[in-house]
Design a protein around this ligand. Structure first.
Ligand code: SF4
Length: 420
């Protein structure tokens, strides 16, 4: 087991207050006890622990993603210190650090852009669609929409950054998917990553909306059908669709929410705590809290944590329904935080199970028509309708036996956590 990427919180607060934010507006409020910014001492600890980890595991490349809070709340000189310190690993130890930053885009300045260019930092800006759609949930602390300010930030980034800008967007079911796509295109984003709203079985306010009526899959399928038919030159990259296609065609890699492979990524808080995926905070107060800190621990120490182990193996540690599912190598059982239920921990399919099944079977059936027969025969991919897949799951489940890791998945039940 090893870690290849860290999501680093250099700032623990945000300049806006999106109503759906998993950091500030869900069960876990532990950010309040975090220092607002990462200290120089913690940055030096971070550098040393990345170095030790890379040397031990013979890694020549390591990824650092600056994430929120809002990373650009950090003073530009402090941001320079961070980038400079970690980049020095290249000269000192031949470890290349690849940087990215995820920002709401409002604070981005010419000075930031120059610095981000200098250290070749990939930039993603969060936006949910046009002004009306974005301003529904992405609001400032007074509840005012943020679209206009983000748009100004995008203009600054477009003018001063010398590399493409990506967009991270939460699916808003009230939006027209095609209108949203065209909005992103008109703002000159080169690629988009769509996320489903971060909820689980405990936090759902209306089960029917998310689970039963397939609105998310219908939204994504409408967008896929539009996007897929576009001329190559016209088409923005949509990571969700590109990933699903590559997994259907047998790619062995995966992202943290789909495909195969381990999740070799952890989070570092501003005080140096090393934790699992931050979205797991939606599972409860202090859910991601451990005793590991950069000041006293190596990155490898986190593998003593059951939650890190579960997250690392989340695409192998599947509930029975997922083991019975014909698309589980593409779906990976969904995103771990979306599987949580206080009654049986992570031993569940995703709350978006039916949506995932419908989107994946749809994309599979569409692309099979475009693939040469010999490739289809070699890959073993077959057409399967959503209804057939549901039936296969029902038929297969009685033959699936419980496995040892299911106890681990269930150990995150609320009463187990209290007892422990
Ligand atoms: S589609 Fe549903 S059953 Fe199939 S792997 Fe995904 S979450 Fe599990």
């Amino acid at each position: 087991m090893n870690i290849e990427a860290l999501v680093v919180k250099i700032a623990s607060r945000c300049n806006i207050n999106c109503t759906y934010c998993y950091m500030y507006n869900h069960a876990d409020q532990s950010y309040k006890s975090q220092p607002k910014f990462m200290s120089k001492e913690t940055i030096l600890n971070l550098k040393n622990k990345i170095k030790n980890h890379c040397v031990k595991h013979e890694l020549k490349k390591f990824y650092v993603i600056l994430h929120g809070g809002e990373p650009l709340l950090t003073d530009v000189n402090d941001l320079r210190y961070f980038l400079e310190t970690l980049s020095s690993l290249d000269k000192e130890s031949s470890i290349n650090i690849s940087f990215a930053v995820q920002t709401n885009g409002i604070l981005i300045s010419e000075e930031h852009c120059k610095l981000l260019n200098e250290y070749d930092v990939g930039v993603g800006i969060s936006l949910d669609g046009n002004e009306k759609i974005n301003n529904q949930y992405r609001v400032d602390k007074k509840g005012n929409g943020t679209f206009e300010n983000v748009k100004k930030g995008i203009e600054v980034a477009k003018k001063h950054l010398n590399h493409p800008i990506g967009c991270l967007s939460v699916v808003n079911l009230e939006a027209s998917p095609i209108e949203s796509y065209e909005t992103f295109k008109s703002l000159s984003f080169t690629g988009i990553n769509f996320l489903l709203l971060d909820e689980n079985y405990d936090t759902l306010s209306n089960d029917d909306i998310v689970i039963s009526d397939l609105k998310n899959s219908n939204w994504l399928i409408e967008l896929f059908d539009y996007w897929y038919k576009l001329d190559d030159k016209e088409r923005l990259r949509i990571r969700k669709f590109e990933d699903i296609i590559s997994y259907i065609l047998g790619s062995e890699r995966g992202t943290e929410s789909a495909g195969k492979g381990e999740n070799k990524i952890a989070v570092v808080e501003t005080n140096g705590d090393i934790e699992p995926l931050d979205v797991l905070k939606i599972c409860g107060e202090e859910f991601t809290k451990h005793k590991f800190n950069l000041a006293t621990n190596e990155l490898d120490d986190v593998f003593h944590s059951d939650l890190i182990k579960t997250y690392y193996n989340s695409k192998k540690y599947l509930a029975k329904k997922c083991l019975a599912c014909p698309v589980n190598e593409v779906c990976g059982g969904g995103y771990l935080p979306h599987r949580y239920n206080s009654k049986n921990g992570f031993n569940n399919p995703s709350i978006y199970c039916k949506d995932l099944l419908k989107v994946i079977t749809h994309i599979q059936n569409v692309i099979i028509d475009d693939i040469p027969n010999e490739i289809i025969e070699e890959s073993g991919v077959k057409k399967v309708t959503y209804e057939e897949a549901l039936e296969m799951i029902e038929n297969n489940i009685p033959n699936i036996e419980s496995t040892g890791y299911m106890d681990l998945l269930e150990s995150f039940r609320k009463n187990e956590l209290i007892t422990n």
